[in-house]
Design a binder for this molecule. Structure first.
Ligand code: FES
Ligand code: FES
Length: 170
């Protein structure tokens, strides 16, 4: 199909790209928007390295045609930080040294953000199940699981601190 102009909402801002409607979102993010957080791994929806948030859900951008992303809220790894500070999930992965080559990390982190948004206090089984479809060829699984637990604790701590601050300001 011929290239057409598409309006996307990426990392909090509107952008316009020209591409064929069937172009996979991953290529648009990386090639047109220079957002290299999402990685090309398998290109078949099987490894998770290209994961982004679409309306808050962790989805594989290598399988999403551009036309299906139009009008949706897309967040990439680059959009997680706020006010110059990394997202608590990113901080936890760094603190726990949860990486070797790092290729899987985009998918692990984006999937973890979605997981902990839906379930702030997951059990070990729920964490394993949530990350089951994200592959790590380096075998960093133990550190990644530890990072997810640490991230959950950081997010809960931040939520409690924010609630306490609001209560004392009221
Ligand atoms: S590159 Fe998208 S799932 Fe592997
Ligand atoms: S750290 Fe290398 S693929 Fe996971």
């Amino acid at each position: 199909m011929a290239p057409a102009r598409h309006r996307l909402h990426v990392n909090g801002r509107g952008v316009s790209v020209e591409a064929a409607p069937g172009t996979r979102l991953l290529y648009v993010l990386r090639n047109d928007l220079a957002l290299n957080g999402p990685k090309y791994g398998c290109g078949l929806g099987q490894c998770g390295s290209c994961t982004v948030l679409v309306d808050g859900r962790a989805l594989r951008s290598c399988t999403i045609p551009l036309r299906a992303a139009t009008g949706r809220r897309i967040t990439t790894l680059e959009g997680l930080a706020e006010g110059g500070r990394l997202h608590p999930v990113q901080e936890a992965f760094i603190a726990e040294n949860a990486a070797q080559c790092g290729y899987c990390l985009n998918g692990m982190i984006m999937t973890t953000v979605a997981l902990l948004t839906a379930n702030p206090d997951p059990s070990e089984a729920e964490i394993r199940d949530g990350l089951r479809a994200n592959l790590c060829r380096c075998g960093t699984h133990v550190e990644i699981l530890r990072a997810v637990r640490a991230a959950a604790a950081r997010l809960r701590g931040r939520a409690q601190a924010s609630a306490a601050a609001q209560a004392s300001a009221a």
